[in-house]
Design a protein around this ligand. Structure first.
Ligand code: ADP
Ligand code: ASP
Ligand code: MG
Length: 464
């Protein structure tokens, strides 16, 4: 089988872990599988890079220097533990130091300019994956495999939406196949940087935070892989975030649609765009635990065996519930259209909408950090209505959390909403808003941030 194996940040979090991940790859390669590895930056590294860039832009020279020093230590430490061959180690050490010099130069220019563009941010954020891949490839060689480190800028062609780029599939397919198929034919395991790509002009882009999962399925599609395996730090996709619900269980099988819905509604275990490239072609995806590799994890397939109505409870945090209200809104045509076009013009996306049946208010959920812009845009849009007192209040409540109950066929099963509301009512948890007519795969509601964990536990207890 041709398998893409992606390793997340914790799975390559230090030298020992890189070695363990390399051994896992080699054990499957030894069974005759052709494997393509996609690797994330070591845990915490992408955050540290973004932080260094921001500090540089803010004029904090000491801050970015300290950040870069820590990154050198982390990678040289990993090199020490993951690589034994002394010549290889010396060469890699020099490469790491050279790269981090390059990073320092970039930060210095940002420091001088005092400005951080999305394009510069992507170049800086790309260093994490580009630093770890050569270490992983060498570790894999020391397990007896033939391996080659590859930067995904050579494979994945994207648009120029820096920090959130999307692949141009035909170009990506062509480049990936031209570069990787000959290696696979020669029995070499390509070790590819996750998270990054490049525009047609060769400028580095990133696929969004957590985007290495997406890299894996993009490559899965481009290379007609038989399977994509995502190695992470939990036993697969679970019925809730195990950090919040300790009794959460692994979901054995889940459909593409449900998995996509879960990831859109906050389950961090897979990046929201991961499912799209594989769903249409029905390439099976497995979510596995690097720290418990014999656990079967989760299989994402078209028609899962597990037909429970509710599959999981997820949350999207750091949101804001914006309300536009006024008695004069009643029956006035076009208020909703004005509300949403004002917000859309600001480039703010709306995650959830609800309107009371009395038509006296419209509520919607946006990212908390966009609140000031949204309020300002709405105040401007409704200046006249405000003067006439048709609209009395434009306000926001934050932080709030969207809690989503996800599962296929939810909307066709009577009594789900009543059960959810009952679970929250019993614990005295207040629901601020519920979504009307969202997808048939989920029921979502909004609660105050301080109630979110209890709300998830209460619903989980009732259904799972
Ligand atoms: P990686 O670095 O491997 O990509 P992430 O940290 O991005 O790993 O995603 C794995 C984490 O996602 C888990 O440690 C877990 O805390 C969190 N998570 C949130 N929701 C879920 C869920 N429903 N099932 C499994 N993990 C979840
Ligand atoms: N390293 C990137 C991030 O932290 C991508 C990933 O981990 O998937 O967002
Ligand atoms: Mg992740």
């Amino acid at each position: 089988m041709r398998i893409i194996m992606k390793f997340g940040g914790t799975s390559v979090g230090d030298g020992q872990r890189i070695k363990r991940a390399a051994e896992l790859v080699q054990s499957h390669a030894a069974q005759g599988h052709a494997i393509i590895v996609a690797v994330s930056a070591m845990s915490g590294v992408t955050d540290a890079l973004i932080n260094a860039a921001q500090r540089a832009a803010q004029g904090d020279g000491q801050g970015y220097l300290a950040g870069t020093r820590t990154l050198i230590e982390i990678h040289l430490g990993a090199l020490q533990d993951a690589v034994n061959d002394s010549a290889a180690r010396a060469a890699l050490r020099e490469q790491i130091e050279r790269r981090l010099d390059g990073l320092l130069d970039l930060c210095a220019s940002i420091h001088v300019l005092g400005e951080l563009t999305p394009r510069a941010l992507d170049t800086i954020a790309s260093f994490g994956e580009r630093l770890v891949v050569p270490i992983f490839a060498q570790s894999l060689r020391e397990c007896g495999a033939r391996a080659e480190p590859i930067e995904a800028t050579e494979l994945i062609v994207t648009d120029d939406m820096f920090t959130q780029a999307d692949p141009l599939l035909d170009a990506t397919r062509e480049k990936s196949r031209a570069r990787l198929v000959p290696l696979l034919d020669a029995g070499v395991i390509p070790v590819v940087t996750g998270f990054i790509g490049a525009t047609r002009q060769g400028i580095i882009t990133t696929l969004g935070r957590g985007g290495s999962d997406y890299t894996a399925t993009i490559l899965g599609d481009a290379l007609d892989a038989d399977q994509v395996w995502i190695w992470t730090d939990v036993n697969g996709v679970m019925t809730a975030d195990p950090r919040v619900v300790p009794t959460a269980q692994t979901i054995d099988e889940i459909s593409y649609a449900e998995a996509a819905e879960l990831s859109y509604f906050g389950a961090k275990v897979i990046h929201p765009k991961t499912i799209a490239p594989v769903a249409a072609r029905e390439i099976p995806v497995r979510i596995l635990n690097t720290f418990n590799p014999s656990h079967p994890g989760t299989r994402i397939v078209r028609a899962p065996n597990d037909r429970r109505t509710v599959k999981a409870i997820t949350t999207i945090r750091q949101q804001s519930l914006v309300t536009v209200e006024g008695r004069g809104m009643q029956g006035v045509p076009g208020v909703a259209a004005k509300v949403f076009s004002a917000v859309a013009r600001e480039g703010i996306s709306v995650l959830m909408i609800s309107q009371s049946s009395s038509e006296q208010n419209i509520c919607f959920v946006i990212e908390a950090k966009a609140t000031p812009r949204a309020i300002a845009a709405l105040e401007k849009e409704f200046e006249l209505e405000r003067l006439r007192h048709n609209i009395d209040r434009i306000g926001a409540q934050e932080p709030v959390v969207i809690v989503a109950v996800v599962g296929a066929g939810l909307k066709n099963t009577p009594g789900i909403a009543a059960k959810v509301f009952g679970a929250l009512g019993e614990r005295g948890l207040n629901i601020l808003s519920i979504a009307q007519g969202s997808s048939e795969y989920n029921l979502s509601l909004v609660v105050a941030e301080s109630d979110a964990d209890n709300a998830v536990r209460a619903i989980h207890e009732k259904f799972l």
